[in-house]
Design a protein around this ligand. Structure first.
Ligand code: IDP
Ligand code: MG
Length: 139
């Protein structure tokens, strides 16, 4: 393997604003290789399962409603130190706190509708990638 992997989603807010192309270009320009990619829509139940670590949080119901409200683009990405490098590329959860030029600073609407997901650990990257992709869909 030529690098570590992370998992991302372009969230429904960014897809509906036709920002997918710009975001994918920024990801590729930052040196990430696309390992797997799909355009799909989560059901509420799917979103609840994906975000189950957050089930006790006050924003869980709103978040999972938002994440199932429209299509998303899910992808596995590869680069050395992928998880950390990708978190740097997307910026802080709250776009008001995200560094200049990061994807969330550029494109996110608010702390919930924040344009993109990025895994927070190598372990979660594998779990989250496997939620969407089989081994046969990874190249
Ligand atoms: P992350 O996406 O930067 O890793 P997490 O804390 O894992 O942030 O939260 C998962 C997602 O839940 C966020 O990306 C965002 O969409 C939503 N979220 C996080 N904190 C809040 C909040 O305080 N209010 C509303 N939504 C939130
Ligand atoms: Mg997170």
């Amino acid at each position: 393997m030529s690098g570590n992997r992370t998992f991302t989603m372009i969230k429904p807010d960014a897809v509906s604003k036709s920002l997918s192309g710009k975001i994918i270009a920024q990801i590729e320009n930052a040196g990430f290789r696309i390992v797997a990619m799909k355009y799909t829509q989560l059901s509420k139940t799917d979103a609840e399962a994906f975000y189950s670590v957050h089930r006790e949080r006050p924003f869980y119901n709103s978040l999972t409603g938002f994440m199932s409200s429209g299509p998303i683009i899910a992808a596995i990405l590869e680069k050395d130190n992928a998880v950390e490098e990708f978190r740097k590329l997307i910026g802080s959860t709250n776009p008001e706190e995200a560094a200049e030029g990061t994807i969330r600073q550029l494109y996110a609407g608010n702390i919930e509708q924040n344009a993109v997901h990025g895994s927070d650990s190598d372990e979660n990257a594998i779990i989250e990638g496997s939620f969407f992709f089989s081994k046969l869909e990874e190249y």
